[in-house]
Write a protein that binds this ligand. Structure first.
Ligand code: NAI
Length: 460
């Protein structure tokens, strides 16, 4: 029986960051992870490989279609998919090894195996590093897995999840994506750019549920132009692999034949193999673990962070929860401001949001002003030849405090950081508008949108 101050189960962005922060704060820490590579879904089969493919497929798309307008002529263009996938794998491998290095540097003890609770404060590890461990504090950070829907079986052949869609060995002639959420549109974009016909079947009457509806409408318009074949209000009732094709059944439509099906209908918390019964910890109806504001579960000394608890499923949210959780354990203080957690969709153009949507403010009866600025009126966007989209800032009508920011356009994912800082610091739109923004940059659009809150944009 080996004893630690803290054991973290799961080495995704939530778990490994929590382990490192706890070690920095002087705790004796172990982290149990069943996969040989550290980094969780995000590093292995999520954020990082998908971004590697998004960046590279965009290069291919630019070279085949977008460079002409800049006066750059390209000769015969060829796609080397195998090389693109290899490069993606190398990016993943470098980063997962990097986490192993960080564990060493911070003296976090790593166990490779599956963790199961055997009693209060006690865990069994089964796998390469089998062991029995105890700790005063245990953080569950086991993440999530792709959800399935009735009638659709993820067989990993022609009907698969995001994991398979990161590694198709050839470009599918026809890819059917079930679900127009973040995963469906990001990975759909990759294969659309590489030459697939991409059909997206979405149950709701709009894409990207949960986003500010202006963003969702603008994205729908732009993605349709790119060639996405959207079928909104379509309920998928089945999908199966046949020998040389797959077939998808949709309520009220003819069956659709295709080469690959990407099921992107959400994710489920990973709690089933934890042996939570042994400590009397129950999950909610959605299989998630409920926690209080300090990430403590109903069982003393057991905490949960990231995708296993209710809320957004985002790597950076999990990281911040991990830090807040261990800081609270050690110092008594630790907190996450969910209003300042940005969300980004890495399509082209990118889509980024932080704070409240207009719909949320209206539902809460909050009066607000809106400032909006189009990238079309920005010099840098013009120079880039990337002018679709806008920045929208929502600020309290009485005190001008920034309540939300929504961006669709070039580098939206980087631009949103300034808005997140503004919200975290309780800034007003006037504070952003009076801060000097370098010229010529895309960030000037944020300043102009902030000026727009008071009806005084300069360049539009
Ligand atoms: P999602 O919840 O974003 O979207 C799933 C979509 O599937 C919804 O629009 C839903 O209406 C639709 N759907 C459900 N059942 C259906 C049916 N029977 N027929 C047709 N449509 C159906 O889930 P997604 O895209 O799978 O992503 C999972 C999680 O991972 C999300 O929480 C997301 O935020 C996170 N994620 C975040 C990324 C980022 O931050 N860039 C990247 C990838 C994932």
């Amino acid at each position: 029986m080996t004893e630690y101050d803290l054991i973290v189960i799961g080495a995704g962005p939530g778990g490994y960051v929590a382990a490192i922060r706890a070690a920095q704060l002087g705790l004796n820490v172990a982290c149990i992870e069943r996969e040989p590579a550290l980094g969780g879904t995000c590093l292995r089969v999520g954020c990082i490989p998908s971004k590697a493919l998004l960046e590279r497929s965009e290069l291919y798309h630019e070279a085949s279609d977008g460079l002409k307008k800049h006066g750059v002529k390209v000769g015969k263009l060829e796609l080397d998919l195998a090389a693109m996938l290899k490069r993606k794998d190398a990016t993943v491998s470098a980063l997962t090894k990097g986490v192993a290095g960080l564990f060493k540097k911070n003296n976090v003890t790593r166990y490779e195996g599956t963790a199961t609770f055997t009693g209060k404060g006690a865990l069994k590890v089964e796998g390469k590093d089998s062991a029995e461990l105890t700790a005063k504090h245990i953080i569950i950070a086991t993440g999530s897995k792709p959800a399935t829907i009735p009638g659709v079986e993820l067989d990993g052949k022609r009907v698969g999840s995001s994991t398979e869609a990161l590694s198709y060995e050839e470009v599918p002639k026809h890819l059917v994506v079930i679900g127009a959420g973040v995963i469906g549109l990001e990975l759909g974009s990759v294969w659309l750019r590489l030459g697939s016909k991409v059909t997206v079947l979405e149950y709701m009457d709009h894409i990207l549920p949960g986003l500010d509806s202006d963003l969702s409408k603008e994205a729908h318009k732009l993605f349709k132009k790119q060639g996405f074949d959207f079928h909104l209000g379509s309920k998928v009732t089945g999908a199966k692999s046949l020998k040389s094709k797959a077939v998808v059944s949709v309520d009220g439509m003819d069956d659709i034949e295709c080469d690959q099906v990407l099921v992107a209908t959400g994710r489920w918390a990973n709690t089933d193999s934890l042996g939570l019964d042994a400590i009397g910890l129950e999950t909610n109806k959605r299989g998630q673990i409920e926690v209080n504001e300090h990430f403590e579960t109903a069982v003393e000394g057991v905490y949960a962070i990231g995708d296993v608890i209710p809320g957004l499923m985002l790597a950076h949210k999990a990281e911040d929860e991990g830090v807040a959780c261990v800081e609270h354990i050690v110092t008594g203080v630790g907190h996450v401001n969910y209003d300042a957690v940005p969300g980004i969709v890495y399509t082209h153009p990118e889509i980024a949001s932080v704070g409240k949507t207009e719909q949320e403010l209206q539902d809460a009866g909050v009066e607000y002003n809106v400032g909006k600025f189009n990238f079309m009126a920005n010099g840098r966007a013009r120079a880039l030849g990337d002018t679709a989209g806008w920045v929208k800032i929502l600020a309290d009508k009485q005190i001008d405090r920034v309540l939300g920011a929504h961006i669709i356009g070039p580098r939206a994912g980087d631009l949103i950081a300034e808005c997140a800082v503004a919200i975290e610091f309780g800034a007003s739109a006037e504070d952003i508008a009076r801060s000097c923004h370098a010229h010529p940059t895309l960030a000037e659009c944020v300043k102009e949108a902030a000026l727009g809150v008071a009806g005084r944009t300069i360049h539009m």
